[in-house]
Each structure stands twice: as structure tokens, then as C-alpha cells.
Design a protein. Sequence first.
Length: 197
Amino acid sequence: MSQILVIGEDKLCCTLGERLVAAALPTWKLAAPPIDTGGITKLVPNLPRYIQQATHVQPVLCIADTDNKCAKKLLSAWRPSHTPNSFLLRLAVTEAESWVLADRRGFADIFRVAMNKLPANLDDEQDPKRLILSLIANSKKRLFRDDMISQSDRSKPGAGYNFHLSTFVRSHWDIQRATEHSPSLRRALAACLSLNC
């Protein structure tokens, strides 16, 4: 059975990477639990090591955010020109939250928010995290309002923010629906599918 290593700049990126693998490479297994690097400043310096692993051990899927920077420029800066096809560096435009929100129907249903408040193209959303917080502030479910928004600063995520988003991605997120509203996610899925060729 083929294996792949998933690396993310944070926990949410890792969870999305797992789902990408499950959707695109259902007969593959994870080589190890996904590696949460704890931020882009820790992920980027280790890219040469991950590329070496993709070259000599098994394919590697890295997920990171663009944080409103140009994805093409980031990729050319971070990825050497002679990178093996078994190394996939995919960038969520503009944040991993964009990909989560891209399953508009699933997000609205689970988090009990109005779907018409979700934009049609999530890659165009400048601040997906802020959008999630504003949507959750109006959720019909108190648990989400209490857990996902900081009680001391309503503009900041609460302690349960990542937990509830990751649970949604694992249990309810529909990647096919999500690709309809996020071109960067659609490209990431296509890149994963190419490993089967």
C-alpha cells in the first residue's frame, strides 16, 4: 500500500491535508500522524528536508496559507525549481479557513448560520477567519458562540475555535462541494489525484 506524509503549518491545515488524501488517494495510508509545524516560519526552513523525504522515502503533502500574498510568488520562493513530483506544496488562498468555508452548505448546516452570508468564491475573501467569527456570532447554536469566540475579545477566536473547525472538516466537510467555491482547493485536489497517475 502506498503511503504519504502530511505536513501543515497548523492543526487545521493538517486536518485538511488528511481529508485531501482520503478523497484523492483512498487506497493510500498516512506514513505517520500529520506534522503540525506550528507556523509558517517553522515550516518553510524545513522544506528542503521534506523535499528530500519526498525524493527518497515517500510522497509528501504540505499545506500552508498564503495570508493574502501571491500564491505563485510564494511557491517560486519556497519551492526549488527541481522539485520531485512526489512533493506537493499546496497553498490555501487566503487561509485554511477559506477551504473550510468553501463547503458553504455543510458549514451553514452544521454551524447553524445563514448560507447567503457566505461568498460564492472563498479564494476572494480577504479575511476568512474574521468572516467565520462574524458568522459564528450569529449562530443559532449557543455552544459554538460560546466556544469559538473569545469571551474577553469578541474579535478573537475562542479556545474551541480550532477544535470545532477540525471536527467539522473530519466529520461533515464535503470536499467536492467545497471545490466548487475555492479554485485553490480544486487545484490542490487535482495535484493529489496526479500522484495516482
